[in-house]
Ligand binder design. Structure first.
Ligand code: NAD
Ligand code: LMR
Length: 339
């Protein structure tokens, strides 16, 4: 029993778990990397999500403490902890949605690609576990560099014969969250009323905000466009520098991850019209993966939307984004195909 290793058989958590098994409806969600800077606040926010009935917290360290702590929150999701590789299978079995924030974060002076050497292997191992234990789950991949880790995950699933392109989603929601915030600041609006599509990928120039498509419909001076585009593209670096060696965005990322996971769960439930940006398998450009608006449904990303009309500035940005993206995607694919 998975709880044995966390709190022991006689804990209140086990009793609560036993009773909850009878009437629980809702989705089963696992977080891999649940004890980390993103993982902990993400676990807390998922525990209060009414669409979640079971929450599995997996990490290679510290899950007993995080699980004990979160399990005391008086919301209905049942929380179970799993520690170390030998418990990965139990953590994943039966899951509808797997969220992956496992891996090392940046320090000042690093690019996201500098994380490749460590995080590629972590993502590979975790995706092998998913292919084995919950091949039908929707996967939300947060670990950087997203532009390469999503292709890695796809290759792992292809090798295992379980790949469903609709169910693999790289999380770029933080770029959208930042774009909404910064654009709202410039326009003097409530950020909750602002919606900015951000397409391309999740690193530097591959992050391409489409300011010509902002809702509510708005116009910007060239100076505002350049300021906003750069601030959105450098948002991650702004946080890395401010944290000065203590990691990268964790709290805003947990918020963004929950916003995105909740959209995925509403899609799985069958809600109509759930549309968010994500980095997915795509035919929108000549690249095999690209972030754009997708419609989330029972099958995952059921529809990938075209970019819509771009202005000249955005078209130039798109060319730059595609060049870097193409290399990052290839690097991810080669990591698996060379094995
Ligand atoms: P962190 O170091 O605080 O936490 C990472 C956690 O992953 C740790 O608890 C660690 O033990 C765990 N871990 C390491 N190897 C593991 C394995 N094999 N299996 C399970 N868990 C494992 O880092 P963080 O700040 O939470 O960031 C995590 C990742 O998310 C980083 O790669 C970071 O760059 C990325 N990130 C992505 C976005 C995005 O928008 N997609 C935003 C912020 C951060
Ligand atoms: C972010 O955008 O905040 C994350 O990708 C973390 C980072 O390294 O910037």
């Amino acid at each position: 029993h998975p709880q044995k290793s966390v709190l022991g058989e006689n804990s209140m958590l086990s009793l609560q778990d036993c009773r909850a098994k009878g009437g629980a409806s809702g989705f089963k969600v696992a977080i891999l990397g649940a004890a980390g800077g993103i993982g902990q606040p993400l676990a807390m926010l998922m525990k209060i999500n009414p669409l979640v009935s079971v929450l599995h917290l997996y990490d290679v360290v510290n899950t007993p403490g995080v699980t004990a702590d979160i399990s005391h929150m008086d919301t209905s999701a049942v929380v179970r902890g799993f520690l170390g590789a030998q418990e990965l299978e139990n953590a994943l079995t039966g899951m509808d949605l797997v969220i992956i924030p496992a891996g090392v974060p940046r320090k000042p002076g690093m690019t996201r690609d500098d994380l490749f050497n460590i995080n590629a292997g972590i993502v590979k191992t975790l995706c092998e576990g998913i292919a084995k234990s919950c091949p039908n789950a929707v996967v939300n991949l947060i670990s950087n560099p997203v532009n390469s880790t999503v292709p890695i995950a796809a290759e792992v699933f292809k090798k295992a014969g379980t790949y469903d392109p609709k169910k693999l989603l790289g999380v770029t929601m933080l770029d959208v969250v930042r774009a909404n915030t910064f654009v709202a600041e410039v326009l003097g609006l409530d950020p909750q009323q602002v919606s900015v599509p951000v397409v391309g990928g999740h690193a530097g120039v591959t992050i391409l905000p489409l300011l010509s498509q902002v809702k509510p419909s708005s116009s910007f001076t060239q100076e505002e466009i350049e300021y906003l585009t750069k601030r959105i593209q450098d948002g991650g670096t702004e946080v890395v520098q401010a944290k000065a060696g203590a990691g990268s965005a964790t709290l805003s990322m947990a918020y963004a991850a929950v916003k995105f996971a909740d959209a995925c769960l509403r899609g799985l439930r069958g809600d109509a019209g759930v549309v968010e940006c994500a980095f997915v398998s795509s035919q929108v450009t000549e690249l095999p993966f690209f972030a754009s608006k997708v419609r989330l449904g029972r099958g995952g990303a059921e529809e990938v939307y075209q970019l819509g009309p771009l202005n000249e500035y955005e078209r130039a940005g798109l060319e730059k984004a595609k060049k870097e993206l193409s290399e990052s995607i290839q690097k991810g694919v080669s990591f698996i195909s060379s094995k």
